[in-house]
Design a binder for this molecule. Structure first.
Ligand code: FAD
Length: 412
């Protein structure tokens, strides 16, 4: 049989894992791995530690170019996939080269959404997605300190994880930080108000000014640099630097004109990560996949999901027909504390019943989400006690009796 040709677009966690798994299972297939960025796989989850000055940028690298060569994986860096031709079964690169494929994986992730207001293109309005973004953020923080000394100030915009990471990073870089969010609390679609108050208290202890219910109207630019953020309520927040964390848009523009199905800008797949087009799969952040645990499609933006998707997609590119069945999890530091999210949350499933227990003195908040008497998900602030048991319960779908519910809430 002729050797099979596998093409993977995107060399992040999902794409690189898929390439590795393909090589393990098919020693002779031709594997081409394409990536826009100039680096082999690096750990995005470690970027916040780089921004905090606790890790050197090069320590995030997880693979080398040689690692790919040794495995016969043709890694093409700084290379852009420009169009997918399904009838011809080729991938067109921006150089015009056409790569033939027998199976293709879309693992392109996303890029930060711009603020979409006047002034958002000033060079000190920055995002946080790549290693190069992180380097720019460090430079901009140093410039801000050089300009304004101890008064140097950053404004962070957004109510989700990346905005939090920017806030903490800037605090560690010695900047005064104002954190603006549109909603009335951090993760407003996931956390109940009491847990949001706890996050404000934790941020406040680190000197962060948290401002809710503020929507950005424009970035005020003077002499080519952002000097303030103005909100729709008419307030003005002076700054030396702006960090924007307002979500991702998926890298799917290159699929326009192809029959690959898109939903909310992401690639729609079934529970086997297949797009429904023979031989074409999607994995990681870019995939809006059918999740049999919750019985609906959703998109996950987590490292573990990207790794596990990469493995399953590779096996299915080889014809395994494997169903992806994992409870989604996300875990992140939260200043000196920690936040863990698992399973379904009201963000994906607004009808969930939520029960919360906050212990302000211990700085913990535990929220459990139930659907028809079964545990569907949880968010834990503070030590994630009993997380393993929670994961088992979500996965098994067993009914949870009242006494056990109480114990789970207390973390017993
Ligand atoms: C600062 C930060 C902190 C995070 N912290 C956590 C955390 O604590 N826990 C957690 O679980 N997750 C965290 N995440 C999320 C996690 O990093 C992502 O979910 C994961 O990296 C997604 O992997 P992926 O392979 O799907 O996509 P990506 O890692 O985004 O890789 C996709 C690659 O494809 C490339 N690409 C796009 N279009 C093209 C094209 N047309 N041609 C060629 N290449 C293309 C992109 O440039 C990119 O390099 C964090 C993310 C960031 C940015």
């Amino acid at each position: 049989m002729a050797e099979r040709r596998f093409v993977i677009v995107g060399n992040g966690a999902a794409g690189t894992t898929a390439a590795e798994e393909l090589r393990k299972l098919d020693p002779s297939g031709r594997i081409t791995l394409i990536g826009l960025e100039p680096y082999p796989l690096y750990n995005r989850v470690s970027l916040p530690r780089v921004l905090q000055g606790r890790l050197a940028p090069e320590r995030t690298l997880l693979r080398t170019v040689e690692w790919h060569a040794q495995r016969g994986i043709d890694l093409r860096l700084e290379t852009e996939a420009a169009a997918l031709h399904v009838a011809e079964r080729t991938l067109e690169l921006s150089t015009g080269e056409a790569l033939p494929w027998d199976a293709l994986l879309i693992a392109t992730g996303g890029r930060p959404r711009r603020l979409g207001v006047p002034g958002d293109d000033a060079p000190n309005v920055l995002h946080f997605q790549t290693l190069d973004d992180t380097r720019r953020l460090l430079e901009a923080a140093a410039e801000a300190r050089a300009r304004s000394g101890a008064e140097a100030r950053a404004v962070v915009i957004g109510g989700s994880f990346i905005a939090y990471e920017l806030t903490e990073g800037f605090v560690q870089q010695g900047l005064r930080v104002t954190w603006l969010m549109r909603g009335d609390r951090f993760l407003r679609r996931v956390l109940p108000p009491e847990a949001g108050e706890l996050v404000d208290a934790i941020a406040g202890e680190r000197g962060v000014e948290v401002v809710h219910n503020e929507e950005v109207a424009r970035v005020v630019v003077r002499d080519g640099l952002a000097v303030a953020v103005e909100t729709k309520s008419g307030r003005r927040y002076p700054c030396d630097l702006v960090g924007a964390g307002v979500g991702l848009e998926m890298y799917t523009a290159w699929l326009a004109g192809s029959p690959v199905p898109l939903e909310d800008g992401a690639v729609r797949t079934d529970e086997r990560l297949s797009t429904g087009i023979e031989g074409v799969f999607a994995a990681g952040d870019v995939a809006r996949f059918f999740d049999p645990i919750i019985g609906r499609r959703h998109r996950m933006g987590t490292w573990d999901n990207a790794l596990m998707h990469g493995r399953v997609a590779a096996r299915n590119m080889l014809g395994a027909g494997e169903v992806y069945r994992e409870v989604p999890t996300y875990s992140s530091p939260l200043f000196d504390s920690n936040i863990s999210v698992l399973g379904m949350t009201p963000e994906d499933h607004p009808g969930l019943e939520a029960v919360t227990r906050v212990d302000a003195a211990a700085r913990t908040a535990r929220t459990l989400f139930f659907l028809e008497g079964r545990l569907a998900g949880a968010v834990l602030i503070g030590a994630p006690r009993g997380r393993k048991r929670l994961l088992e319960l979500v996965k098994s779908g067993e009914p949870v009796a009242a006494a056990e519910r109480e114990a789970l809430l207390k973390g017993e």
